[in-house]
Write a protein that binds this ligand. Structure first.
Ligand code: ZN
Ligand code: FE
Length: 239
C-alpha cells in the first residue's frame, strides 16, 4: 500500500491509499474534489472508497463529487451516519474493515466531534488521525469534553511507537510554538522544530510524524492527567 499526501484548501491534508498492483485507491478525508481528481487522473487510479474521520466540511467537502464521478463508496462512523454526506458503509468502534489489500481498524475517539473516528491500517502501521491527534498538538474540543479528548488520546498512545501519524492539517509549526513555550528544555522538541522548518522551507509536508516522536514532543500527549490536559487545551485555544 502506497500513501500519497494531497494538500487541500488552506492547510488540510487528504490522503490516497494505493494498491499499486490493481491501481485501486481509497481517499481519506477529501476536503475538496479537484486536487483529488487531479492526483487520481495523473496516477491512473480507480477510486473505490472515500473514508471520513468526521463530518466537518473540510474533511467531507469532496464526497459528493468524487462519489458521483467514480462511483466510489463512502465510509464513515455508524453513530455519525446522519451527518456524513452520501455515506454507504457505516462502521462501528473497534470494527475491522477489509477490501483487498486494504485493512483498517476503526477507533472511536470523541472530543473534537462526538462521532470522530481514526482509521488504523495495522499492517502498515499507519494511523489516519483526522482532527484528533495532530503533530505536536490535538484538535480543539468542539463537541465532546476534555475528559473524552484526553481518553481518546490515551487510547492512541497504546499503539506501537513506530506507528506513523497522518493527521488532517498542516498545523505542526504553529503547534510547535505552543509546545516550546510550555516545554522549553525539551531537546527532542527543539530538534523536531529544526526538521519541521526544513521541510516547510522545501515546500514539503511535516507529515507523517511517528507516535514515538509525538510521545517525546507533543505536550498534549505528554499530559499525565485530565486536569493538566484541560489547562493546556484552554491555553492553546487562546494562544
Ligand atoms: Zn474538524
Ligand atoms: Fe479539520
Amino acid at each position: 500500500m502506497k500513501i500519497e499526501i494531497i494538500k487541500c484548501l488552506e492547510d488540510n491534508f487528504s490522503y490516497l491509499l494505493i494498491d499499486e498492483l490493481t491501481k485501486s485507491t481509497i481517499v481519506i478525508d477529501p476536503s475538496e474534489a479537484k486536487p483529488i481528481i487531479n492526483k487520481i487522473e495523473s496516477l491512473n487510479l480507480k477510486l473505490k472508497f472515500i473514508m471520513n474521520t468526521h463530518h466537518h466540511y473540510d474533511h467531507v467537502g469532496g464526497n459528493k463529487e468524487l462519489k458521483k464521478l467514480y462511483n466510489a463508496k463512502v465510509i464513515g462512523f455508524d453513530e455519525d451516519k446522519h451527518r456524513i454526506p452520501e455515506i454507504d458503509i457505516s462502521l462501528k468502534n473497534d470494527e475491522t474493515w477489509k477490501d483487498g489489500i486494504f485493512e483498517a481498524k476503526v477507533f472511536h475517539v470523541p472530543g473534537h466531534t462526538l462521532g470522530h473516528i481514526c482509521f488504523y491500517f495495522f499492517k502498515e502501521n499507519a494511523l489516519f488521525s483526522g482532527d484528533t491527534l495532530f503533530s505536536l498538538g490535538c484538535g480543539r474540543v468542539f463537541e465532546g469534553t476534555n475528559e473524552q479528548m484526553f481518553s481518546s488520546l490515551q487510547l492512541l498512545k497504546n499503539l506501537p511507537i513506530e506507528t506513523k501519524i497522518y493527521c488532517g492539517h498542516e498545523y505542526t509549526l504553529k503547534n510547535s510554538n505552543f509546545c516550546l513555550k510550555h516545554d522549553p528544555e525539551n531537546k527532542a522538541l527543539i530538534s523536531k522544530i529544526g526538521f519541521i522548518k526544513n521541510q516547510l522551507a522545501k515546500g514539503h509536508p511535516t507529515i507523517p510524524s511517528t507516535l514515538e516522536e509525538e510521545l517525546q514532543t507533543n505536550i498534549f500527549l505528554r499530559s499525565k492527567n485530565v486536569e493538566n490536559f484541560s489547562k493546556l487545551r484552554d491555553l492553546k485555544d487562546n494562544f
